[in-house]
Write a protein that binds this ligand. Sequence first.
Ligand SMILES: *[C@@H]1O[C@H](CO)[C@@H](O)[C@H](O)[C@H]1NC(C)=O
Ligand SMILES: *[C@@H]1O[C@H](CO)[C@@H](O)[C@H](O)[C@H]1NC(C)=O
Ligand SMILES: *[C@@H]1O[C@H](CO)[C@@H](O)[C@H](O)[C@H]1NC(C)=O
Ligand SMILES: *[C@@H]1O[C@H](CO)[C@@H](O)[C@H](O)[C@H]1NC(C)=O
Length: 276
Amino acid sequence: MAHMITIYISFLIIILIYSIFLLRPLFDNFEDSTLHKEFRSSNRTLSFDHIYVIHLDHRTDRLEKLNELSSYLGLDLDYFTAVSRYNERFLRKFGTGNMNPSQKACYLSHHLIYRQIIDKGYKSALILEDDVDFELNITAIMADIHHELPLFWDVLYVGHCNERKGELVGNSSYAHKLYKSMRPACMHAYAVSYFGVRKLVEMLDPVVPITAIDNSLPDLISNKKVTSYSVHPQAIAQWKAADNPSDIPTSWSTHHSLLNSTLHFLGYKGDNGIGK
Ligand SMILES: *[C@@H]1O[C@H](CO)[C@@H](O)[C@H](O)[C@H]1NC(C)=O
Ligand SMILES: *[C@@H]1O[C@H](CO)[C@@H](O)[C@H](O)[C@H]1NC(C)=O
Ligand SMILES: *[C@@H]1O[C@H](CO)[C@@H](O)[C@H](O)[C@H]1NC(C)=O
Ligand SMILES: *[C@@H]1O[C@H](CO)[C@@H](O)[C@H](O)[C@H]1NC(C)=O
C-alpha cells in the first residue's frame, strides 16, 4: 500500500515538473507583453504610446530643429514621411471633395497614420507637424494633463490655433489646464486614443472626403461625433520665425507663443528675429 502511494506521489511530482516546464514560455510571454506596454507609454512619449511627426523629406532644416528638441527634452519621435502633393498617382486613388492637391495630401498623411496606429494597436498616439515648438516643461505638463484626462476620450488637442475655451475639466493647479473642445483649429499637435482613431478612419474616409481635414475634424468635434479635449494655453505651438513664415498676422501669432519656448531656450530666435 505504502509502495503504491510512493509511486503515485512520484508520478504527480513528475507531472508537476513537466507542466511547469511546458507552461513556462507562456508565463514569460505574458510578463514580456505587460512590461512592453508599460514601457511604451513613458515620459519619452509624453505618456502616450507613440509620437508621430508628419515630415516632408526635403525640409532638413526642420528635422535638425526637431532632433535638437527631442534630444534636449528626451523624447522619442517617429518621423512619418508625408504624402507629397506632387504624388499624383497616389492622390488619384482617392476622392477629391473640394480640396486642392496639398489639402488632399495632408488629409491622406493623417489618414495613413490613423491606419498605422490601428495596425500597431497603440492605445494612444500624439501626431505632430514638423514645425512645432514645445513648452520647456512639456513632460511635466503632459504628466499632469494625463491625470486630468477622463477615461473615455477620442481626441486631445495639445496645440491649436486660438480656440475658444470650453468647459473646464479637472482641477489642475498648473498653468496648463484641460477643457472640453469647442472647435479647435490647426492640426500641429493633437492626440488620438485607440477608440478615437477607429472613429476617425471611418468618419474621415479619404475615398469620400468632404472637405480639408482641418475642417472635417473640427466639424466632427463641434457636432459631438467625437469626444475631444483641449489644453489651454496650448503646450505645443507652431514655430513662427523669419525662416518659417506663416500667413497668420503677427499680433495673432505672438498671442499664441508659449510661456517658455524650448527653441528660444536652445538659442533659436522666433518672429522675425535673426534665426540661428
Ligand atoms: C515623468 O515625468 C514626471 C514629470 O516631470 C516626473 O514626475 C516622473 O517622475 C517621470 N517619470 C519617470 C518614470 O521618469
Ligand atoms: C510649466 O512651466 C510654466 C512656466 O513656464 C508654469 O507656469 C507651469 O505651471 C509649469 N507646469 C508644470 C506642470 O510644472
Ligand atoms: C481634484 O478632483 C478629483 C476628482 O474630482 C479629486 O479626487 C481630487 O481630490 C481633486 N484634487 C484637488 C487638489 O482638489
Ligand atoms: C524658463 O525655464 C528656464 C529653465 O528651466 C527657467 O530658468 C526660466 O525661469 C523659465 N522662464 C519662465 C518665464 O518661466
